[in-house]
Design a protein around this ligand. Structure first.
Ligand SMILES: [Zn+2]
Length: 343
């Protein structure tokens, strides 16, 4: 499989593309990439990157597969949803089946100010597969501080955007949006819905940017705005970094310093809240499961336990995080966590 002729055959159509060629393919095959978030954008981007033959792909995701993901999250199956498999694990399995020549690693973890260096240091490029601005601002802080290129992508309804960000050469995310949008002001997949087709457009643009950067050492200097329903496509010159940007000009890395951000977050796409202890802990899921099983219905797999507490459902991970479904109130979620998991 990994012999030279097999590799040549495998990537031959990509190598024939003049801008890539043999030399470009060699660069791609040596690359180390992190895809942050493996929902819809992360699924589609990871699959394309693995098929393109990147060297090492790390996929990090905090969530698990549910039935309503399958409409757009192309790496997952009904069986993954039935078994509540964490997305990072399901993705790792699917991606390894697609290309055994790529080292693929799935991490079931929340990307936080505490964990981002461990997860992303030493990689060539970061790909945004997240569904929230808080994590994007954290990636941006880290990427700008370390000088790591990253590719921003987002989609909602039928609309999507994509921009390759090379720190200090292109505008960073805070040059474009200096502050986090006010909580509750942003539509989510839960309120606006999401088309699978726009995901594929945004991911395709992200992956094109990644390959281009790996091969040519630069992104296109344009930002894509697309609405696939209205069939409106615009690509706008991204311009220069903003000289007043708090991040890339003033080097105030507030998200990386943990000065901004919360430990309780409403999750995009669902009536659900995540509670995350900081610093993270290592829970004995078996012991907690046995304790809760006395009063509640508990299901488990090696990565998580799922507890039905009246009309709420709590999914608890070994790193101490819980996703509580059936509520949107952040303090109520904190209270449920304290009551059934402890402080
Ligand atoms: Zn900036």
């Amino acid at each position: 499989m990994s012999d030279v002729s097999g590799k040549q055959n495998r990537y031959s159509r990509q190598v024939l593309f003049p801008a890539i060629g043999e030399a470009g393919q060699e660069k791609i095959s040596r690359s180390r990439i992190v895809v942050v978030g493996c929902g819809a954008l992360g699924s589609v981007s990871s699959e394309m990157l693995v098929r393109a033959g990147v060297g090492y792909l790390r996929v990090i995701d905090r969530d698990f597969v549910e039935l309503n993901n399958l409409q757009r999250q192309s790496l997952f199956t009904e069986s993954d949803a039935d078994q509540t498999i964490p997305k990072a694990i399901a993705a790792q399995k699917a991606l390894r089946r697609i290309n055994s020549g790529v080292s693929v690693e799935g991490l079931v973890q929340d990307l936080t100010a505490d964990s981002i260096a461990d997860v992303c240091d030493g990689f060539d490029l970061l790909v945004d597969g997240t569904d929230n601005f808080e994590t994007r601002y954290l990636i941006n802080d880290f990427a700008v501080q370390r000088g790591i290129p990253w590719v921003y992508g987002a989609a909602l309804g039928s609309y999507g955007v994509c921009l390759g960000i090379e720190p200090r050469k292109s505008p960073c995310i805070r040059c474009l949006f200096p502050d986090l949008p006010p909580r509750g002001s942003v539509e989510t997949c839960d309120t606006a819905g999401i088309l699978s087709s726009v995901i594929h457009v945004v991911s395709a643009t992200q992956v094109s940017q990644v390959l281009r950067f790996l091969v040519e050492g630069r992104f296109s200097s344009r930002m894509l705005h697309v609405d696939v329903w209205k069939d409106e496509w615009r690509s706008i010159a991204a311009g220069q970094p903003d000289a007043t940007c708090p991040c890339c000009a003033k080097e105030q890395f507030e998200f990386l310093a943990g000065e901004q951000g919360t430990f309780v977050t409403q999750l995009c796409g669902r009536d659900a809240v995540q509670v995350r202890p900081s610093p993270s802990v290592s829970l004995d899921l078996h012991e907690i499961g046995e304790r809760l099983r006395r009063s509640f219905e508990v299901r488990s797999n090696p990565y998580l336990i799922r507890v039905q507490i009246d009309e709420l459902e709590m999914v608890l991970f070994a790193d101490g995080r819980a996703v509580i479904k059936g509520l949107s109130d952040l303090s109520a979620a904190r209270a449920v966590y304290a009551k059934y998991v402890g402080n």
